[in-house]
Design a protein around this ligand. Structure first.
Ligand SMILES: [Zn+2]
Length: 385
């Protein structure tokens, strides 16, 4: 694993990626330094990774220098000052109160890498700060993949997507009804910054209307941490100190979804952030696309051949294979497509259709479509049946 620290990657883009991954990890460790005595050691370790990437005389040289850099746009770090990844250059990881910013959760998590390897990792570091998305998915379903149990794999993955948060008793009931096996790293307590505390002492959470995971609560503002799930709400307290608070939508958008209703936090749990971000968030789009194709009369199989691609679609005489790609960073998407060419046509969901031209320009030989165009194609295939 020492090659991760000794600069075996000389390509500037890879070096930049490693620097972003190290800053994300250092930023997370800094936010929990009071709870975990070895968090500062992690910040120091990441300072070493960043110093190695920059070479002598460039970039931060002490952990405190590095923390200062985390409060400013990442583009000020020499390794990120040039190159084509404009989005990440604008990102600031720590806010004025040294909490992780929305950009850290929403965008920077797509840059996570196992720098230094997992063997000596502190167990308190959550997966999304050091594992790639495909590693999180692999780790979540490892047992089902190893036993070649395709039906169990699909049922378990679908269960997490459809029930990313619930009370323990609801969960127990649904598991016994469906017989699904939950992953080893399954459900956990709802994070503190996803709860609202009423004056009467009750705590509440709201499921996002799109992904159903608890929305983040900042003061009286409530929204999903994944910004393409765009609705933003304001909390209105209930009539009495103990009654259920409600939400008022304050952004400009309109939605076909009903307004989320507050659920009591007592006895509630949810999947961990990494599983939510890299299984539930893309999964919500995969299931939505599947349902809309089924409404057109197509037959859809989810994650065939243990996730070689996302959807196998039969429409009339035609068969289609598509792989949904839902990245906040088009730069990360391009890098991953180059490193691991997809086993099916790439499909950009509605929220990401604007990335089509960038993909076509950068990868002219890539077979890529959008949710809208693909819907038209399937409709046509159904008509010619
Ligand atoms: Zn959401």
């Amino acid at each position: 694993m020492t090659q991760w620290l000794t600069g075996a990657w000389d390509h500037p883009a890879e070096r930049a990626h490693r620097v972003v991954a190290a800053t994300l990890r250092a930023a997370y460790a800094w936010t929990v330094r009071r709870e975990h005595h070895d968090a500062m050691r992690e910040v120091a370790r990441m300072t070493g990774v960043i110093m190695e990437a920059h070479g002598p005389g460039h970039g931060p040289v002490t952990p405190i220098d590095l923390v200062g850099c985390l409060r400013r746009p990442l583009g000020l770090l020499p390794a990120l000052a040039t190159g084509s990844d404009e989005t990440i250059r604008q990102v600031v990881l720590l806010d004025g109160e040294d909490r992780l910013t929305p950009d850290a959760y929403d965008l920077a998590c797509e840059y996570a890498l196992p720098i230094g390897g997992p063997s000596d990792l502190a167990p308190w570091m959550p997966t999304w700060t050091w594992m790639r998305a495909d590693q999180i998915r692999g780790e979540t379903f490892i047992r089902l993949i190893e036993t070649n149990n395709q039906t169990g794999y699909v049922a378990s993955r679908r269960f997490l997507i459809e029930h990313p948060a619930a009370t323990v008793s609801e969960l127990r009931e649904r598991v016994s009804e469906t017989g699904v096996s939950l992953p080893r790293r399954g459900y956990t307590a709802i994070p503190a910054d996803h709860l609202h505390h009423s004056a009467g002492g009750e705590s509440w959470w709201w499921p996002c209307a799109v992904c159903l995971w608890p929305m983040a609560v900042a003061g009286t503002t409530v929204r999903c941490r994944y910004r393409p799930h765009a609705a933003v709400y304001q909390v209105a307290e209930g009539r009495t100190a103990t009654s259920r608070p409600s939400l008022h939508r304050i952004d400009e958008g309109r939605s076909r979804h009903a307004k989320p209703v507050a659920r009591p936090a007592a006895d509630s749990c949810c999947v961990e952030f990494g599983v939510w971000r890299f299984v539930v968030v893309p999964g919500a789009s995969e299931l939505r696309v599947m349902r809309s194709l089924e409404e057109l009369g197509a037959t859809v199989e989810l994650w065939p051949e243990r996730d070689r691609y996302d959807l196998h679609v039969r429409a009339g005489e035609m068969e289609f294979r598509v792989d949904l790609k839902e990245y906040r960073s088009v730069h990360r998407l391009l890098a991953d497509l180059r490193a691991r060419p997809p086993a099916a046509r790439v499909l950009l969901p509605k929220t990401h259709e604007h990335q089509l031209e960038t993909l076509r320009t950068a990868l002219p030989s890539l077979h890529v479509t959008t949710e809208t165009k693909f819907g038209t194609e399937v409709r046509r295939a159904m008509r010619t049946e």
